[in-house]
Write a protein that binds this ligand. Structure first.
Ligand code: SAH
Length: 240
């Protein structure tokens, strides 16, 4: 089976198996015509654009367990910490793996800890679907400790990130980043209070708000609905 991406003229995207005919309300495309990138037409003459999926096309199809990090938050973590193909990262809890896999797409290696066996198995399935070779998933409680050392980045999306501070201090290299993703400001206060008692440098706590717009012939205005809140991101850095 090979997956291919099909876009219709309105920008609706389909990820389809090119070993099977594609059926849609806009007509049928025979599997023989799902091989080469470019313009393809259904039997009723409707246009579709075909190409091989990139990471993000497959990523959008991963199975969801707990709430995943949004792209706006993932993007800022990557920009703010500057991780790249030389970086070794650790993410916890894995959940569905959205952050783990996004980090793995641009870094050298990602370790990811998940306490729940069902989510660990779900993330394993997603890892296989994405065919990622540089991800090591572990079914374990990060509050009990971290095996790895010399890490460039630790990201924490779990309720009590302060319970990871002493482990992170040992596991990060000097100059490494620690990021906590917390939905409630009360959790941020607790985390920062504990962070201040360590030698971590407290960098910033921020909230990113993304507003999409309608831009077409009739409208050029913000959309009425938006995701008003995801979480606060708190950044710290190991300096000694
Ligand atoms: N960032 C993930 C979503 C994580 S949801 C994504 O983008 O897909 C939070 C996860 O943390 C849950 O799956 C939960 O089971 C896990 N978790 C909670 N406490 C944990 C702990 N002590 N160690 C490891 N995982 C933990």
């Amino acid at each position: 089976m090979a997956l291919v991406v099909l876009y219709n003229k309105k920008g609706k995207k389909f990820l389809v198996d090119n070993q099977k005919d594609f059926h849609s309300d806009q007509g049928l495309i025979k599997k023989e015509n799902l091989k080469d990138s470019g313009l393809v037409k259904t039997h009723t003459g409707k246009k579709f654009f075909l190409f091989k999926p990139s990471f993000i096309d497959l990523f959008k199809k991963i199975k969801r367990g707990p709430q995943i990090l949004t792209q706006k938050d993932i993007g800022y973590i990557i920009a703010k910490t500057g991780i790249n193909k030389k970086s070794v990262c650790l993410d916890a809890g894995t959940g569905s793996g959205a952050l783990t896999f996004s980090l793995s797409n641009i870094s050298k290696k990602v370790y990811s800890y998940e306490i729940r066996e069902d989510f660990y198995k779900l993330a394993q399935e997603n890892k296989e679907f994405l065919q990622l070779k540089n991800v090591s998933l572990k079914n374990r409680d990060i509050y009990q400790g971290i095996d790895e050392e010399g890490l460039d980045l630790i990201t924490l999306d779990l309720p009590d990130p302060h319970k990871v501070l002493s482990h992170a201090q040992k596991a990060l290299k000097t100059g490494g980043f620690l990021v906590a993703y917390l939905p409630q400001v009360s959790q941020v206060s607790t985390f920062v209070k504990k962070l201040k008692k360590t030698s971590f440098l407290q960098l910033e706590t921020t909230e990113l708000i993304k507003r999409n717009w309608h831009i077409d012939n009739q409208r050029s205005r913000p959309k009425s609905r938006m995701i008003a809140h995801t979480a606060f991101l708190t950044f710290a850095r190991k300096i000694e």
